[in-house]
Design a protein. Structure first.
Length: 163
């Protein structure tokens, strides 16, 4: 009698179920890490842009208001060719940014003296450091705030860099 070597169907299915369970646990565990990583990138992008431009706020030709960072930077670079080398690429939101819309905002007041860069964060549990505002506010400070409605990344938590 020849003894066949190998695994039974039940053994193979059991191993596949265990591997699937472990894979599910890993995906769930790393999901929050990815969210925090994207939020860290957003904060770093806005801090870099804020330090560069908010020393003196830029007033777009259309005047005071709320702009996508792509729109504002295109105009800024056209008027300041020396800045184009420093701001060679427009940062984009790692989840919702596209070629046409960065997913980051810029708001400037009527006098052009106060401005803010802002982004919608993904982490609903982010510590709120700006309790006094509920929308991007020029001169409102730098930190996180809770808005009245959800943004493009699915939460009502925002980060702003403001002078």
């Amino acid at each position: 009698m020849i003894k066949q070597r190998g695994f039974t169907l039940v053994e193979i299915l059991t191993v596949m179920a265990i591997i699937g369970l472990i894979g599910s646990i890993v995906v769930i565990a790393t999901g929050s890490v990815r969210v925090r990583g994207r939020d860290t990138k957003r904060i770093a992008d806005l801090s870099q842009m804020g330090r560069f431009i908010s020393l003196s706020c830029y007033m777009p030709d259309a005047g005071a208001g709320n702009y996508d960072l792509n729109e504002m930077l295109a105009e800024f670079k056209a008027k300041n060719p020396q800045a184009a080398a420093v701001v060679s690429r427009t940062p984009r939101d790692p989840r919702s940014g596209t070629q046409d819309e960065s997913g980051y905002g810029y708001v400037v007041d009527a006098e052009g003296k106060k401005c803010a860069f802002y982004a919608n964060l993904e982490n609903r549990e982010a510590e709120i450091t700006l309790e006094s505002i509920s929308q991007p506010t020029p001169g409102g400070g730098t930190g996180t705030f809770r808005a009245a409605s959800e943004g493009r990344n699915g939460t009502n938590v925002y980060y702003q860099f403001s002078n």
